[in-house]
Write a protein of this length. Structure first.
Length: 537
């Protein structure tokens, strides 16, 4: 391959000040052909990191070497050092300072065992990175020479490489230890030599080698923050997106959906476990399973499952309300954050608490909850207080009264000045429930106001039409999948090629497919769902 290097680095300050996106420059950097001229652009920087890590000649080029030597450009120095190590070249001392020690030195290539041995001898602070590389490469002899604390991330890496006898030896050695430690931290790309966490257990939090196969195409709209634990520091950027098929759960994986969690999780496939814990409102289980950082799928779907958990379970709503730091870590959009807060408010209302909603200066109208009568009915006096203090909530308070058959409160809310006009949703609820009193009363009020037909309420959205919220009379349909997969799609209701997203602000999930699996006979689980073989752990 021919490389087109830009001579000299006198213009680095100018390059660092250029923030405009340049697709051609990003592509050239990814291919290891040329350093981009817009080093102030975050996407270009990620592309350059990827290009350096994947192209040894590019990493050795004068331009990259010069950039890596500039103070404050440790990102590129770490990428260059990692590439040199993986190419069996030990970086010199002047290039290897604590801030330029690379974290991942086993992807996209594995160095020779002697290279890793020499690296650990020259730079003892990198012994755990070398130990992790041993788990990937199966270098069990070198691993034993390192005399490391039994680290759970190295154990999980070795478990994923169990086809290698050397990796199996490493895994068994760590698991045989009386106490295990968490020394390597993939979330922060640090090695905690001074204060390792102990005791530590296998919790499927490690960014194991197969995980790094997930790639995302570069582009102007590339979101650097929307990536899983970033141990390679390139956010998985590439020329094309690569999304592996979701893993089909083994029998042991699926058994964890219903059984207690062991101290050491036997599987790396825990997406479905995390989301089911959120939907079920199981705070302890969710807190144990959740990752400290998130895949893009978890950022986009965790909040939906958490919102469902809030509507259905008071404990989940209370925990989230007291955990603003955790909610901030989800990286939600303003709209997603708003709907999660509405879910928390709704559960408190259904539990008979409304004081926090009475003052418009603390909770704006846009944040007021809508579904306040499912899965349980809010108390009548709470609905009356809310309707009086927050006129914007009168339509949903009326619907809640119809669902719970609170005739007295219903009448007083409808009569409060200015009168609440009957709307189509109220009438639909009354008809569907077969409640003649409300149908006739709404009809009289409609005629009194001179309405030809009831209209929709102010701020209407199509998800407000869901009758399941009040009647829950028709079972949702689920498809009989041939495999249970580790994906959020297992939590959606299937209607042919369409999905029912539910009535909680237009977003919801269902455990019906999971519950069908859990309630099925053992033979069905093994044969019909393709889980007839017990995998070897």
């Amino acid at each position: 391959m021919r490389f087109s290097y830009v001579p000299g680095l006198l213009d680095v300050p100018q390059r660092l000040s250029r923030t405009a996106y340049d697709g051609a420059a990003c592509r050239a950097a990814l291919r290891g052909e040329q350093m981009p001229s817009n080093l102030g652009n975050e996407v270009a920087r990620l592309c350059l990191v990827r290009g350096i890590r994947h192209h040894a000649a590019f990493a050795r080029s004068p331009d990259v070497a010069g950039l890596a030597a500039i103070p404050g450009q440790g990102l590129f120095a770490r990428a260059r050092n990692a590439r040199l190590i993986m190419s069996d070249e030990i970086p010199p001392k002047e290039a290897m300072q604590p801030e330029t020690y690379p974290y991942c030195i086993w992807h996209p290539a594995i160095a020779k065992e002697d290279t890793y041995r020499e690296l650990a001898q020259r730079y003892p602070a990198m012994r755990y990175q070398v130990g992790r590389a041993c788990a990937v490469a199966g270098y069990s002899q070198l691993y034993r020479e390192l005399d490391l604390l039994p680290d759970v991330s190295i154990a999980e890496e070795a478990r994923e490489n169990r086809g290698s006898p050397g990796a199996r030896d490493i895994f068994e050695a760590i698991m045989a230890a009386i106490v295990r430690y968490r020394v390597m931290d993939d979330a922060t790309r640090t090695v905690k030599l001074d204060k390792p966490e102990a005791p530590a257990f296998l919790n499927a939090d490690t960014v194991v080698l197969p995980t790094l196969a997930v790639r995302r195409k570069y582009g102007k709209q590339f979101e650097p923050d929307n990536c899983y634990l970033n141990i390679t520091e390139d956010c998985g950027i590439d020329e094309e997106t690569v999304e592996p098929e979701p893993a089909a759960l083994s029998y042991e994986d699926a058994a964890l959906l219903a059984g207690p969690l062991p101290l050491d999780l036997p599987s790396m496939n825990k997406k479905l476990l995390i989301l089911c814990a959120a939907v079920n409102g199981n705070v302890d289980r969710y807190a144990r399973l959740r990752r400290r950082d998130f895949f893009s799928w978890e950022r986009s779907r965790a909040w939906v499952c958490l919102a469902h958990g809030c509507y259905q379970h008071s404990a989940m709503a209370a925990w989230l309300a007291s955990s603003p730091g955790f909610i901030a870590s989800l990286g939600l959009s303003d709209r997603e954050h708003l709907m999660l807060r509405r879910a928390m408010h709704a559960r408190r209302v259904m539990d008979g608490v409304a004081d926090h909603l009475l003052d418009p200066s603390t909770v704006p109208d846009a944040e007021l909850p809508y579904w306040i009568w499912h899965p349980i009915h809010a108390p009548a006096h709470i609905l009356e207080r809310l309707a009086a203090a927050r006129p914007a909530m009168r339509p949903q308070c009326v619907r809640a009264c119809i669902a719970a058959d609170y005739r007295g409160v219903y009448g007083r809310i409808m009569d409060t000045e200015p009168p609440t006009p009957p709307d189509r949703l109220m009438m639909d609820d009354a008809r569907a429930a077969g409640k003649t009193y409300y149908c006739e009363d709404l009809k009289r009020r409609q005629e009194r106001l001179g309405l030809a037909r009831p209209d929709v309420c102010t701020g209407y959205q199509n998800w407000m039409d869901a009758l399941g919220a009040s009647q829950n009379s028709e079972p949702l349909l689920t498809s009989e999948t041939d495999r249970l997969r580790d994906t959020h799609w297992e939590l959606y209701n299937h209607y042919g090629n369409e999905y029912d997203y539910g009535f909680y602000d237009g977003f919801d999930v269902s455990l019906e497919g999971i519950n069908f699996f859990l309630s099925s006979p053992e033979e069905y689980k093994r044969s019909k769902l393709g889980l007839n073989k017990v995998s070897k752990r």
